[in-house]
Design a protein around this ligand. Structure first.
Ligand code: SF4
Length: 357
């Protein structure tokens, strides 16, 4: 019942009809006509899709590829420009690695991504998953591509009872023995699409699934039980304060974060010394300078390893500043490399600011 070639053929037949239209994707129909994927666009989409949903990535992908249509254009941009364009997408080390990777492809690979999993993995920001995805989708190399969707589909097809993450090598072996040797890129995308649209975490639409006759979880168990996962550890909660100072004309005082560590080199309003391991001061006495600070309440933000609650203070008509600060006008605030946590802080003090943009 679980014949691997059978699963592969059914998945590809389904994909030929139901493939999602995505801005970075070459459809199976176009591929059959000889239109090849652009490795630059495949790479860009895969980096953005790490930790971020397809719906969010679409706009950023369009913005990036309009501004920098190829690897040489991206390499000629400054890191600061890339960080500004990335602002709001989160996990900012991806943006810094994007720029480093573009530079390395231009300088060490003559502007072309290498068609080899190990050579791809040697590039900044490209790990096992991304290397396999680029190799498979851009170059049709039979590499086992694993993401959350693929893990779910395969753990259900084969009722893999080992909990994640220990199950990953077992799932990878199943993917490797199942994948199409003739259309590996389409196979990878078909599995991702099945997981995203049919084999969903809750209430999978098994009635519409092309591989339901091969699925052990559907036959013998409850698909929603898979993949098994170890209970998650609760994230530590940290606190701190942030200070939104505005000038008489309404400009907002900003500064740059340190060049290493969390949110490195991103833009922020002055804040206290919180990080994943320690709390920061929450009191107004920790403000960077004297002003008529008013308490605006708190905001919460969840990082990968901890939750943060910041007490937000706002002072208007501030005239003084220091050499490490700059003033951003309200019109230009969206051009700043502000991470989401700082947009929440500023919105807490000036609720209408980002709504207007
Ligand atoms: S039959 Fe259901 S559980 Fe099994 S792969 Fe298809 S959608 Fe997923």
């Amino acid at each position: 019942m679980n014949s691997s070639p059978d699963i592969s053929t059914k998945l590809l037949d389904w994909y030929d009809v139901h493939a999602r239209e995505l801005p970075w994707r070459v459809s199976p129909k176009d591929l059959a006509l000889g239109i090849l994927p652009d490795p630059y666009r495949v790479w860009m989409s895969e980096i953005m899709l790490q930790q971020t949903t397809v719906a969010t990535v679409k706009d950023y992908f369009s913005k990036f590829t309009a501004k920098w249509p190829n690897i040489a254009a991206l390499s000629s941009a400054s890191e600061d420009e890339v960080l500004r364009a990335w602002a709001g997408l989160g996990y900012y080390s991806r943006a810094r690695n994007l720029k480093k990777c573009a530079d390395m492809v231009v300088t060490s690979h003559d502007g072309h991504f290498p068609a080899d999993v190990q050579a791809l993995k040697a590039l900044p920001g490209i790990g096992d998953y991304t290397a396999a995805a680029i190799a498979s989708i851009a170059f049709d190399i039979p590499a086992a591509v694993m993401d959350g969707n693929v893990e779910r589909v395969f753990s259900r097809l084969f009722t893999i009872e080992t909990p994640l993450p220990a199950a990953k090598p077992i799932i990878k072996a199943k993917v490797a023995e199942t994948l199409s040797q003739t259309r590996p890129g389409d196979f990878a995308q078909a599995t991702m699409d099945l997981g995203a649209t049919i084999c969903t975490p809750k209430k999978p639409a098994c009635m519409h699934c092309p591989v339901r006759e091969n699925c052990k979880a559907l036959e013998k168990s409850d698909p929603e039980l898979f993949p098994y996962k170890l209970a998650k550890k609760e994230k530590p909660k940290r606190v701190g304060a942030a200070f939104v100072a505005t000038s008489p004309s309404g400009d907002i005082l900003l500064e740059q974060r340190p060049s290493s560590g969390l949110l490195a080199s991103m833009t922020q309003v002055p804040t206290t010394g919180w990080n994943s391991r320690q709390d920061g001061d929450t009191n107004v006495h920790a403000a960077p300078f004297n002003a008529k600070w008013k308490n605006c309440g708190t905001i919460r933000h969840v990082f990968t390893h901890f939750e943060l609650e910041l007490t937000v203070w706002h002072a208007e008509n501030v005239r003084s500043d220091g050499q490490n600060y700059w003033w951003a006008t309200r019109e230009n605030i969206s051009e700043e490399a502000l991470p989401t946590v700082m947009k929440k802080v500023i919105s807490c003090a000036i609720p209408e600011l980002f709504q207007k943009q």
